[in-house]
Write a protein that binds this ligand. Structure first.
Ligand code: WQD
Length: 339
């Protein structure tokens, strides 16, 4: 069965392609290579023994997209990762973010209607919750005004899909709200390839350990948390990838309770920045150069997921540990640094 994965050469996309191929799905990847690399195809092939079909295409190019769906008329489901994801950049270039993340979503949904493709999975984010009122955070928690255009594209994206689902009962969709994806495939054949100076914690940690960055800045140690540093729910990207297979199978087997559903995808466990640093040092037997600096603007104190709904309805649960993720992230960093 043929599944389209947009952004399939990106960090989460590539791990999901592996998970899909391992389950026997035939994958077609669309990617514009704006934040990814063709070499990822080799990594996927190395792990699964099968090269996915790849089409270099920018989803903003509507005629090219129409042509794509004319050529691939047997796609049974779409997992849509392709998007811009840098929170800081989105504040500087909001229109680019709205175009990249929303115009493309609309074009895809239009093509799905046109070609009667019914199954759609959307990458959403825990960022839609803002600063939570209570923890763990469930899918019922209120959506807070977004702090960045990036966050807003995820909120509006969900609304666009919800409205589409309302208008077209045959359209089946799931939004997965990711918490903080980290790690890499344990083979070190694929992983995260951040462009420029990493904004996210783990790539900054691994690049500091590799000597690419001199020092990690810990953003704030005066949060109301046990050690004063902020808390997040870090999920291994391989677990995250598997949640997409579970969601896809729910769609394909008509197990949905509603034709638009939302699930939190996290571990259900919160870890502080200091816990991450200490665990990274322990599992990899090294010392990290870090210093405490001021808080980063826009950061929330603590977020972790209530994963009960995903467990019950998707039959999916994260199984890898933070130790696994930090070991795999370091292995991957060492591999790309040695090239
Ligand atoms: C994690 C923690 C930082 C870097 C963001 C987006 C979210 C999602 C993932 C993506 C925080 C601290 C970080 C550093 C640090 N979207 N930190 N030093 O902010 O939870 O989520 O990325 O596609 O939408 O908002 O993740 O990895 O940036 O930060 O101390 O150099 O690490 O303050 O507490 P965040 P992050």
């Amino acid at each position: 069965m043929k599944i389209l994965v947009t952004g399939g050469l990106g960090f989460i996309g590539s791990h999901t392609v592996v998970a899909l191929q391992e389950k026997g799905y035939e994958v077609v990847i669309i990617d514009n290579l704006s934040n990814s690399n063709l070499s990822v195809l080799d990594g996927i092939t190395k792990i699964t023994g099968r090269k996915p079909i790849f089409e270099q295409l920018d989803l903003r190019d509507k005629p090219a997209l129409v042509d794509f769906f004319n050529r691939y008329d047997d796609i049974k489901g779409i997992i849509h990762f392709a998007a811009s994801k840098a929170v800081g950049e989105s504040l500087e270039k909001p229109l680019l973010y709205y175009e990249n993340n929303l115009t493309t979503l609309i074009y895809l949904l239009q093509q799905m209607q046109e070609k009667t493709i019914h199954n759609f999975i959307f990458s959403s984010s825990c960022t839609v919750y803002g600063e939570p009122e209570s923890l763990p955070i469930s899918e019922q928690a209120p959506i807070k005004p977004a702090l960045s255009p990036y966050g807003n594209t995820k909120q509006i994206g969900e609304e666009i899909i919800r409205d589409t689902a309302k208008a077209y009962p045959q359209f089946n969709s799931i939004a997965l709200r990711y918490f903080n994806p980290i790690g890499a495939h344990s083979s070190a054949a694929i992983g995260e390839l951040p462009l420029g100076v990493p904004q996210n914690l783990i790539p900054f940690v691994t690049q500091t350990a590799a000597g690419i960055r001199e020092q990690l800045s810990v953003f704030g140690d005066n949060y109301p948390t046990p050690d004063g540093t902020a808390i997040r729910d870090y999920i291994h990207v391989v677990d995250l990838a598997e949640s997409h297979v579970a969601a896809l199978e729910r769609l394909l087997n008509s197990r949905q309770k509603d034709n638009f559903e939302v699930f939190n995808i996290g571990t259900g466990r919160g870890s502080s920045v200091m816990e991450i640093i200490n665990t990274f040092e322990t599992v990899n037997d090294l010392k990290l150069n870090y210093k405490i600096v001021d808080r980063r603007e826009g950061d929330v104190t603590a977020v972790w997921a209530d994963t009960g709904l995903a467990e019950k309805e998707l039959g999916w649960k994260a199984r890898l540990t933070m130790e696994d993720a930090l070991r795999d992230a370091w292995q991957w960093q060492q591999k790309i640094s040695s090239k």
